[in-house]
Design a protein around this ligand. Sequence first.
Ligand SMILES: [Zn+2]
Length: 85
Amino acid sequence: MSDLVDKANKQQQVWLEAQVRQARLNAQPTDDTECIDCGEPIGEQRKRAMPSAVRCIQCASKRETPSNSPQSYKQAGGGQKGTKR
Ligand SMILES: [Zn+2]
């Protein structure tokens, strides 16, 4: 019964690991410990996970908002269901 969930979790894990690996390959480690946008400390944990990070998690997530994400799809009024009552 939980096989499907298990499979999905594993697939996500594999995908995540691939993303992290790719990010590490692409990115050059930096010595910055403060966010280049707001000047707040990036955080040791984040820095360890992503040595190339130059922004704190807040600023980074503000920038990393792909226009084709499911969220913007919803905001654009896509999939208008549930109008019947
Ligand atoms: Zn910041």
